[in-house]
Design a protein around this ligand. Structure first.
Ligand code: ZN
Length: 379
């Protein structure tokens, strides 16, 4: 019997640009193109696991917050834990506190712009030095060409709009450079709205939603056809966007609240709204958003990812579920390891009885459909 074929995987969220940006010294571009032991995602690991493309996030870490004893708090999002085995644990979704925790501190615009330019530049340098192996995609046709040519398809995403001015001038410039996806907030307050702090157990309904400027930003993104990512909005912000936006509702890296009662996860009502809008939810591999107890635990079984997918398929619909790994931004199940292990999930879906067409939808077809619908046909 021939071995079942590999399925390409398009992914809704990774933080590799943050990992490369935070790494000490030079060599970040080469580290991605040649690969290295640490980290979840680089070009060799992508090729090994069938990771054909995804949204590459620009993320501006929060300033350091001091606790009363004068040390950095454990909840600091960008805390660099040198003891962590993967760089993914040094940044991103690492802040969950069991119980309640205040939102991470805000970031000012000048600092945000400095980091945004540095991280965007990193992706463009990777593309330039890749000799055609990596391409920054600006429309759905670009992504389809990449799939056909075995080129890694990178979509420039920004997680948190702190760098954007009130006249949306930088939005125009970033769009012209290639930005095609934006999360108005990360899990902290900014001029556009209130992000959802990391709490478990907690409802995602943690505070006020979008500001007036945030509502204007939704209109500006709709006009440019920039995808809006709702993953870090609290519930009121989610409903604000769903009411205003003329685009499909998308949460690039969030899970089912019914299974893991984390503030970052989506209620069944939110999942249904995503499905009804023709949008998408990308299943997040972060252990703390997968587990019913919200713990950071590498010993989290891969089957739990499949359970979230099944629940989301049931509530959002079979056209509206994909992947949103959070590679290099979170602690993920040790069984999966990194991007090289992605076909483990394909095997787990087969074992669970998913049909091949359904597996293809979850792995890449749904993402391609939503991007095409959001961006328009393009060239
Ligand atoms: Zn995130």
């Amino acid at each position: 019997m021939p071995s079942p074929k590999r399925i390409p995987i398009f992914d809704g969220h990774n933080d590799v640009l943050l990992r490369l940006h935070l790494r000490a010294g030079a060599g970040a571009v080469a580290a991605f193109l040649q690969g290295e032991d640490k980290g979840h995602l680089d070009l060799p690991k992508a090729r090994k696991g069938g990771f054909v493309g995804g949204l590459f996030a620009i993320f501006v870490p929060s300033p350091k917050r001091k606790d009363r004893a004068g040390g950095e708090t454990r909840s600091q999002e960008n805390a660099r834990e040198t003891a962590g085995e993967t760089a993914g644990e040094t940044a991103g979704e690492t802040a969950t506190v069991i119980g309640s925790d205040p939102a991470p501190p805000a970031v000012d615009m000048a600092e945000a712009q400095r980091v945004v330019f540095a991280m965007a530049s990193l992706l463009f340098r990777i593309e330039r030095e890749s000799k055609g192996r990596v391409r920054v995609c600006r429309n759905a046709g670009d992504i389809e060409r990449c799939l056909a040519e075995n080129t890694l398809a990178a979509v420039l995403h920004m997680e948190g709009a702190e760098a954007i001015d009130a006249n949306f001038e930088l939005l125009d410039v970033l769009y012209a450079a290639g930005l095609r996806s934006l999360g108005p907030v990360w899990s902290r307050p900014n001029a556009f709205g209130h992000g959802v702090p990391f709490r478990c157990p907690s409802s995602p309904d943690t505070g006020p939603g979008l500001t007036d400027l945030g509502k204007a930003l939704i209109g500006a993104c709709n006009a440019l056809r920039i995808l809006l990512d709702l993953s870090h909005l609290n519930e009121r912000g989610f409903w604000d966007v769903a009411a205003i936006s003329n685009a499909p509702v998308v949460a690039t890296h969030s899970n089912a609240h019914a299974i893991s009662p984390h503030s970052r996860n989506l209620t069944d009502r939110q999942l249904a709204a995503i499905g009804k809008s023709g949008g998408l939810v990308g299943v997040n591999f972060a252990a703390s958003f997968l587990r019913p107890d919200g713990r950071h635990d590498r010993a989290t079984p891969v089957e739990l990812i499949i359970r979230h997918i099944e629940h989301m398929l049931e509530h959002a619909g079979e056209e509206s579920v994909g992947f949103g790994s959070d590679f290099d931004g979170a602690m993920i199940p040790g069984e999966l390891g990194n991007a090289a292990g992605l076909q483990i999930l394909v095997r787990a879906m087969r074992k669970r009885g998913f049909s091949e067409p359904m597996i293809e939808k979850v792995c890449y077809r749904n993402w391609l459909r939503v991007l095409r619908r959001t961006w328009g046909d393009g060239a």
